[in-house]
Design a binder for this molecule. Structure first.
Ligand SMILES: Cc1ncc(COP(=O)(O)O)c(C=O)c1O
Length: 492
């Protein structure tokens, strides 16, 4: 058999500026790659260890160790008194797909239909937490870190005695959440109806997979939360957009969709417009769910931050406990990286949800849940919320004042009673997608309003976050926006 030219084979290895450490690992990977790629074919003889050590300026022991590793993993064999050879089994055929004569292609794994469908969806924005004016960004510098650390340490101590194994999540945290929801959101539930999830996105995904069969229709708000598209598609449901107006979801359009199985809505504050669903429409929606045996998912993502009075009561509390799945998250009230959220599930659905959860992920790590339960039990959560409500109101008012001053006739506020971002209509002289694209390249996290629209005629506007930014940062962000708008970015 023709022997490879070893000097040539090792030129790339020798040409490396420095050989990565440990050197034996670097040489092992190099030889392994050469065998897989066929540069060292089956039955070819490897150089003697002394020879190779000399060529590569390595110790003989290093080379010996590498040969032993290759041997242990079946790449080479030693022939008595005759040195080391690439294993005859590695004759090229085993590196090809079974029954195929074509050479093996790398990186061609076939994806499932579901994952191919996900590629078709509008792509979601990546949240870069460094960006100014990013919506949904809480004031991280105001987070009570010392108190949080105390709760984490306490949870670490308690872990020693932890025995609970409920698929719903930590019992202490569920008790805290149920008590909080009852007092602040008028929600009626037992802690055993609360399921802790890793972000509301997981909860929504779980709810859809429990409630939808392939082809089932889900009513969603238009404009609405784009993160929902993937969850519906993954459950093989069909998204049906329903227009909203200043009273929220247009319940007078419900009769157009007799096949719908489910409605997903943000009644406290439509995302992103900020409109609140009127009481009359809340009652109509609940009636619809009763009549049609449908379910409603209430996404209550940031209702805590209502500035002109206490938070509006949840839909679930309006005798909706049998047909409303309520979804809440700590991403906005505490920290986007906390990845803790919850669902409140109607009693009759708790068992099936737990069954699904057992195959989905078996529940979450106990430690962060215990830390959050302790943080809530000490009153830190509610005092942080009270402080943030006041701070965000001041920041919102500052943003509105500056927008009025700096962008008269260009940006007009779309009123809303709270939240963490404001929506502004943008003068028709500008294209919101183009402005947002340039702004994003310049470190601003604002979003084009038209992005949130599906079937309805989009409104040209900007969604600007204020909660996570000091007055100085708001000034900086708006200055950058002014430069962009003044630099001849008009349409046409
Ligand atoms: C309306 C709405 N629902 C759900 C979510 C997802 O929240 P989580 O971070 O808990 O997955 C967001 C995130 O910003 C949101 O804006």
């Amino acid at each position: 058999m023709k022997q490879p030219n070893y000097t040539e084979l090792f030129i790339p290895f020798l040409n490396q500026e420095t050989i990565p450490r440990p050197r034996y690992r670097a040489l092992f990977l190099y030889l392994q790659q050469a065998i897989i790629a066929g540069q060292l074919p089956a039955n070819s003889r490897l150089p003697a260890t002394r020879e190779l050590a000399q060529l590569l300026q390595l110790s003989r022991n290093t080379v010996k160790q590498v040969y032993e590793m290759l041997h242990a993993e079946g790449y080479i064999e030693t022939r008595q008194g005759d040195g080391s050879y690439v294993s005859p089994q590695l004759d090229g055929r085993c590196l090809q797909a079974e029954g195929s004569t074509a050479p093996r292609k790398k990186g061609t794994v076939r994806l499932s239909r579901k994952s191919r469908q996900l590629e078709q969806l509008r792509s979601l924005y990546h949240h870069n937490r460094e960006e100014l004016l990013l919506p949904a960004m809480p004031a991280l510098e105001e987070f009570p870190w010392t108190q949080w650390q105390r709760s984490v340490v306490q949870a670490g101590r308690q872990m020693k005695f932890y025995r609970s194994s409920s698929l719903l999540g930590d019992a202490g945290l569920r008790e805290q959440i149920a008590a909080y929801l009852e007092s602040s959101r008028g929600i009626r539930c037992h802690p055993d109806q609360v399921m802790i999830c890793s972000g509301s996105q997981q909860g929504l995904q779980l709810a859809f997979s429990m409630l939808l069969d392939p082809g089932d229709e889900v009513l969603v708000e238009d404009p609405g939360f784009p993160g929902i598209d993937g969850a519906i598609s993954n459950a093989e449901g069909v998204k049906v957009s329903v227009t909203i107006d200043q009273q929220g979801f247009r319940t007078d359009l419900l009769h157009n969709h007799p096949q719908a199985r489910l409605a997903f809505i943000t009644p406290s504050r439509n995302y992103p417009m900020g409109y609140t669903l009127s009481l009359e429409r809340r009652l109509q929606l609940l009636q619809w769910a009763d009549d049609r045996e449908c379910c409603i998912i209430e996404d209550d993502y940031d209702s805590e931050f209502r500035f002109d009075g206490p938070p509006i009561s949840a839909l679930q509390g309006l005798e909706g406990e049998h047909k409303v799945i309520y979804s809440g998250t700590f991403s906005r009230v505490l920290h986007p990286a906390i990845r803790l959220a919850y669902l409140v599930i109607p009693e009759s659905l708790v068992e099936p949800f737990c069954r699904m959860r057992s195959i989905q992920d078996g529940g979450l790590s106990a430690l962060p849940q215990m830390a959050l339960a302790d943080f809530m039990a000490r009153g830190q959560f509610s005092s942080h919320l009270r402080r943030m409500r006041k701070l965000y109101r001041r920041r919102r008012d500052y943003l509105l004042q500056q927008i009025d001053l700096k962008f008269p006739g260009i940006l007009a506020w779309e009123p809303s009673d709270g939240g963490m971002h404001c929506v502004f209509r943008l003068s028709e002289l500008y294209d919101d997608q183009k402005i947002a694209r340039i702004a994003n390249q310049q470190g601003l996290g604002l979003r084009p309003l038209s992005y949130y629209f599906d079937q309805q005629q989009p409104i040209n506007g900007l969604v600007i976050g204020f909660a996570g930014f000091s007055e100085q940062q708001i000034d900086q962000g708006l200055e950058r926006l002014r430069t962009i708008l003044e630099s001849g970015q008009k349409k046409g």
